[in-house]
Every structure is written in structure tokens, then in C-alpha cells.
Design a protein around this ligand. Structure first.
Ligand SMILES: Nc1ncnc2c1ncn2[C@@H]1O[C@H](COP(=O)(O)OP(=O)(O)OP(=O)(O)O)[C@@H](O)[C@H]1O
Ligand SMILES: [Mg+2]
Length: 338
């Protein structure tokens, strides 16, 4: 039996525009996050992600609805609820003239820690964010990714059971982004923490999340594992068979579509080398068989064999599985990146 860490019931928030009109930024969202789960809110700018999280973390009072953290209501038992929550805000909130260690000590004292316990936790956190060797350097000498790791460290000092991170990889280089994502995974693995993550970056959400809620115009339009979300839209895998310069007969394409389970379409696409290109390759242009299929990997060997029987030698194969971008597009008719 999985226990819920977070339970959100019909949470809504309206704001008054300057013209007096009331608009709902969040229109009544409900979801649960299991203990030890990495749960992400994914949605475009203005979807209502930050507003939702701000209500859960006690920064905004809900217009309607409620949420519990570890069983404590955010409206009726806000102190107990907040005590279980660590927040890593998007804006870096550190003292640049202080060292990493001094920052952690400062924020630890704000949480009411002191003495040997504070020292122990600061040591632990420095080790976890892998900055023990730089702990005495001023934060102003750190890279963006290192600052981000100190910021995460601050959120961990009071050993919360749930940590909330708002777009923690924005504005940092790929290598440091990788380290932040690894840190998120280790929070769960090594500390058993529950993570609530927001991002508009489909790739990273897809990689780290156990479950994802897709948010659009203040509503959750779909929630589930990446696999479940993709299944929901019935999206197919795209299989690409490189056949070099060989010409693929129409009969082979028809046979693949008719006889292999899961296949919906099979096409031959030829990329001719533009005229005037100098090449010492024997190949004159290259071609691909492109197959759309449900559970595409299963169909691979059969397709290769069928091609072989038709005298076509498959040079290489690639499989492109459907992603959250495709899910968002199918559900909203818009691309996530717009
Ligand atoms: N204090 C406020 N007053 C009025 N409207 C607000 C306020 N805060 C947010 N909104 C509106 O609520 C909607 C949702 O905003 P929110 O910040 O939650 O989106 P988001 O999903 O976090 O977007 P982003 O990816 O850009 O951070 C937006 O239309 C925004 O303009
Ligand atoms: Mg936001």
C-alpha cells in the first residue's frame, strides 16, 4: 500500500484584474503524490504551475479547496504542513559575500538549528551537494550550477520529507544541469524524499518523473506516468530503416503494413544527394523505410526479415518513441514550446 505524501483537493486561486474582473489562475486542481515519488507539473508559461505550488507551500491562500502534506492541512495546520516541506525557489537566494558553509549555517540557524546538530547537518548537506572541497569559498566565485546546488542544500537542511523545486535547471549549462537532475534522483534514492518538480522542459521531466501532471490554462488536463500519458493518446513509434542506395519496391511496403501486427503505415523516403556534390561514396543517395507502429520494437525483427526476403539489406535501424511533447500537442493542439 502506498501512502500519500501530498493530497490536493479542488485547489483554486482567482486574482482580481485591475479592471475589477476576477480571473482564475488555477481552476480547481486535484492530485495526489505518493511517498518517495518524483512528481512533476509540466506546462507552458502562465499555465498555473507556480500558483498551484505557492498555495501548497503556504505562500498564497487558496480561493477554494485544500491540500494536505503528510496528512496536515495547509489551511488548518499550516505550521505542521510547512515543517515537512523544503523549498528550492527558482530565484537563487544566497549571500554572495559569504562562503557556501556560512550560507548553510545562516539558513540553518533560521530553521532553529544550532551547535553540534547544525554542524553535522551542514557537513551532511555539503557532502550531498558535492561541495565539501569548496565549502570555504565565497558563493560569488561559484558557477551558476554550483550556486544552484547550494540553493538546493538550503532546502535540505531541516530534513524535509517533501522538497519542492521550481525550474531548478533554468539558466545553467548542460553539465551542471545533469548534476542537478542527478541530485534530484539521489534525493529520492538516498534520502527517500518525495519531490515535487516544475519545469517547462519536456526532456528532463520525462527523464526524472515517476508521474507527470500536464497543466494548461489553470487545469490539469492529464496525469499519469509518462508511459500512461503516451498510451492515452495512442501515439506510435517511428521506426526508421536505413537501406542505403537500394530501391525499395512498393510490394514490400504493402506487405509490411498488411502482415505485421501494430504497423499502421510504411513509406519509402529517398534522400538524393544534391546535384554537384562531390562524393567518392559508391552510394548514390540514401533511402529509408519509415514505419509507424504501436509497440514498434516488437515489430523490428519481422520487418528486417521481410526486407531481407525481398532482397533489401537494412544498414541501420533507429526507433523514435513518442514523447511528452507529442502528448501535449495531441491534448491541446499546441506545441509545448510556444
Ligand atoms: N498575483 C497575481 N495577480 C494576478 N494574476 C496573477 C498573479 N499571479 C499569477 N497570475 C496569473 O496566473 C496565471 C498563472 O501564473 P503562474 O505563475 O502560476 O504560471 P506558471 O505556470 O508558473 O508559468 P511560468 O512557466 O511562466 O512560470 C497567469 O496568467 C498569471 O498572469
Ligand atoms: Mg512559474
Amino acid at each position: 500500500m502506498q501512502q500519500n505524501m501530498v493530497q490536493v483537493n479542488d485547489l483554486a486561486k482567482s486574482f482580481k484584474r485591475q479592471n475589477g474582473e476576477t480571473v482564475f489562475a488555477v481552476k480547481g486542481v486535484s492530485f495526489t503524490i505518493g511517498k518517495g515519488e518524483i512528481f512533476s507539473l509540466l506546462g507552458p508559461n502562465g499555465a498555473g504551475k507556480t500558483t498551484t505550488i505557492s498555495m501548497i507551500s503556504g505562500l498564497l491562500t487558496p480561493t477554494r479547496g485544500d491540500a494536505t502534506i503528510g496528512g496536515y492541512s495547509i489551511t488548518k495546520q499550516p505550521l505542521q504542513a510547512k515543517n515537512l516541506l523544503g523549498v528550492v525557489p527558482q530565484e537563487i537566494a544566497l549571500y554572495l559575500a559569504l562562503s557556501a558553509r556560512q550560507n548553510l549555517e545562516f539558513f540553518g540557524k533560521m530553521y532553529g538549528l544550532g551547535g553540534a546538530e547544525l554542524k553535522k547537518r551542514v557537513d551532511e548537506v555539503l557532502d550531498f551537494i558535492d561541495l565539501t572541497d569548496r565549502q570555504h569559498d565565497k558563493v560569488e566565485t561559484f558557477s551558476g550550477g554550483m550556486k544552484r546546488r547550494v540553493n538546493i542544500g538550503v532546502g535540505l537542511l531541516h530534513r524535509p520529507q517533501l522538497i519542492y523545486m521550481d525550474e531548478p535547471t533554468v539558466g545553467i549549462d548542460p553539465q551542471n544541469r545533469r548534476r542537478v537532475l542527478d541530485t534530484v534522483l539521489r534525493l529520492r534514492q538516498e534520502m527517500g524524499m518525495t519531490v515535487l518538480y516544475t519545469s517547462h522542459l519536456m526532456e528532463e521531466v520525462q527523464e526524472i518523473s515517476d508521474r507527470v501532471a500536464i497543466v494548461d490554462h489553470g487545469e490539469i488536463i492529464a496525469v499519469g506516468t509518462v508511459g500512461e500519458l503516451i498510451q492515452k493518446i495512442g501515439e506510435e513509434d517511428r521506426l526508421i530503416f536505413n537501406v542505403g542506395a537500394q530501391l525499395v519496391p512498393e510490394t514490400l511496403l504493402k506487405k509490411i503494413t498488411a502482415e505485421i501486427p501494430g504497423v499502421t503505415t510504411a513509406e519509402y523516403q529517398r534522400h538524393d544527394i544534391p546535384e554537384g556534390t562531390v562524393t567518392d561514396s559508391l552510394e548514390i543517395g540514401s533511402g529509408e523505410i519509415v514505419v509507424m507502429a504501436k509497440r514498434g520494437r516488437k515489430a523490428l525483427p519481422q520487418i528486417i526479415q521481410m526486407a531481407d526476403e525481398a532482397g533489401i539489406n537494412v544498414v541501420s535501424v533507429s526507433v523514435r518513441e513518442p514523447d511528452l511533447e507529442a502528448v501535449f500537442l495531441a491534448l491541446t493542439g499546441r506545441a509545448l514550446r510556444d
